[in-house]
Write a protein that binds this ligand. Structure first.
Ligand code: UDX
Ligand code: UDX
Length: 461
């Protein structure tokens, strides 16, 4: 079976990163055999079914085109390790919840366990590629574990961080801005790196494939997320000033973003960033900075996360204040629960915090989202009875005192807000946490409208 293929590629961890990445590699490189394994048997079953475990535009078509040809999903981790030439590791590295570094450092237990399993099951030398985002110098620890064998097996540990964003993952994989591969600068490291470069070179122009030492590669991933999240926290901090000073954050962002040194993207004020990466990666760097005694650096980076938390709380406090300082017994329609549009993922979604705070204020919630209701149910499982889940936004808003738009799904831009207004309790409120709806139009209909970083439009004295 393996003779027909140039190499066997394996990915351990068939999640949001491993799944789409390896599917794309299989799609673009028919001469490689690509297998994904996961400890979660249900996830693997789903990857082998018509209903994939994650929603990502364009992913279904790619998986269907190559599954069973050169793309396979399996729970047999041991045998697949044995047969693999190159092993990508994409297991989760959540923030540690216990012991030293709790709440900050990365929990590397799955990574280390995986490294030990690779060692235990290998009977030939292999290349191991870090796909998970890891603290700087993790590769060194992994190398030590893997090369601590007396069976003459040699492992090169490379860093090949993933820069895809959810919702646009397929396009990001098809046309990446850059592919980064870091290795040790030894002969063996550079040769291993070339093998990984060769895979991507099947569809990525060579000038976009960047090589470096392994530490720079690990750090670059974290730094990219610092820059992106820092922009969001900066514009969100500015949105608070705008609300007080009656400036309009969209105008400010547009004017600032026209300077090419600043650039216009990632300047949308919001209820704060979510997703599995930004907060985790920044806290990770905060922890590393502290452990190097760089307290000022740690403080600076930590402020990105602090502003993000502040922005979510500010949104809730604005709702409370606008609605006469009480939400108890009021019904609030939540439009969008995913951490961003075009995904069903709710990890670190600001909607979770906001929903919990609204429940604390004893509001009743009706949550609507085109893709994330399943995850929302899990996230709020302990709030039974106080939360309803309704896919249709019109139905969700019916009988509500207020709507809070928490995810920037396109469909919320074009709803018939006149119809929605007619079915709501008056005075009716809209809190647009993503600045995506037509505020003037909703005001004209009769809504009291509260955008982010802009003066509210209200009929109340
Ligand atoms: C993960 C990490 O969270 C992130 O830090 C990194 O940048 C990329 O990999 P993601 O793919 O979004 O991101 O995570 P997730 O969807 O949770 O997938 C991880 C998968 O690994 C899960 O399916 C889990 O079951 C699997 N896993 C975890 C293993 O197969 N073995 C383990 O020991 C632990
Ligand atoms: C991010 C990075 O973009 C990606 O390169 C990295 O590999 C993983 O982390 P992702 O978390 O999937 O990707 O989504 P992203 O589009 O970056 O959005 C993150 C959060 O920021 C979302 O909650 C989004 O709504 C929010 N956001 C984004 C804003 O609030 N304003 C913006 O202008 C942009």
């Amino acid at each position: 079976m393996t003779e027909d293929f140039k190499q066997n590629l394996l990915c351990i961890g068939a999640g949001y990163v491993g799944g789409p990445t390896m599917a794309m590699i299989a799609y673009k490189c028919p001469h490689y055999r690509v297998t994904l394994v996961d400890i979660n048997a249900r996830r693997i079953d789903e990857w082998n079914s018509d209903r994939l475990p994650i929603y990502e535009p364009g992913l279904d078509e790619i998986v269907k085109a190559v599954r069973g040809k050169n793309l396979f999903f399996s729970t047999d981790i041991e045998n697949n390790i044995r047969e693999a030439d190159i092993i990508f590791v994409s297991v989760n590295t959540p923030t540690k919840t216990f012991g030293v570094g709790a709440g900050m450092a990365a929990d590397l237990q799955y990574w280390e366990k995986t490294a030990r399993q690779i060692l235990a099951c290998s009977d030939s030398s292999k290349i191991v590629v870090e796909k998970s985002t890891l603290p700087v110098r993790t590769a060194l620890a992994m190398e030590r574990i893997l090369n601590s064998n007396n069976r003459h097996l040699h492992f090169d540990v490379l860093s090949n961080p993933e820069f895809l964003a959810e919702g646009t993952a397929i396009n990001d994989l098809l046309k990446p801005d850059r592919v980064l591969v870091g290795s040790r600068l030894t002969d063996s490291g550079i040769a291993a790196r070339q093998q990984v470069v060769d895979i991507y070179a099947n569809w990525v122009p060579m000038e976009r494939i960047v090589t470096s030492d392994v530490w720079s590669s690990e750090l670059s991933k974290l730094v990219s997320n610092v820059f992106l999240s820092q922009r969001i926290s900066t514009i969100n901090a500015i949105s608070a000033i705008c609300e007080k000073s009656e400036a309009d954050v969209a105008n400010v962002a547009r004017a600032a973003g026209m300077d090419p040194r600043i650039g216009s993207r990632y300047l949308n004020a919001s209820i704060g960033f979510g997703g599995s990466c930004f907060k985790k990666d920044i806290l990770n760097l905060v922890y590393i900075s502290k452990s190097y005694g760089l307290d000022e650096v740690a403080d600076y980076l930590h402020s990105i996360v602090r502003i993000n938390a502040y922005q979510k709380e500010r949104f809730v406090e604005n709702m409370l204040q606008a609605m006469f300082n009480t939400l108890a017994g009021k019904r609030i329609g939540i439009f969008g629960f995913a951490f961003k549009a075009n995904t069903g993922d709710t990890r670190e979604s600001p909607a979770i915090y906001i929903a919990r705070r609204l429940l604390e204020e004893q509001a009743d919630l009706v949550i609507s989202d085109p893709k994330a209701l399943g995850n929302a149910r899990n996230d709020l499982a302990d709030a039974d009875g106080r939360v309803a889940y309704v896919e249709d936004p019109y139905q969700a808003a019916s009988g509500c005192h207020a709507i809070a738009v928490l995810t920037e799904w396109d469909q919320y831009k074009t709803l018939d807000y006149e119809k929605i207004f007619a079915g709501m309790v008056k005075p009716a409120f809209i809190f647009d946490g993503r600045n995506i709806i037509d505020h003037q139009h909703c005001f004209d209909i009769g809504f009291n409208v509260y955008p982010i970083g802009k003066p509210p439009l209200t009929h109340l004295e």
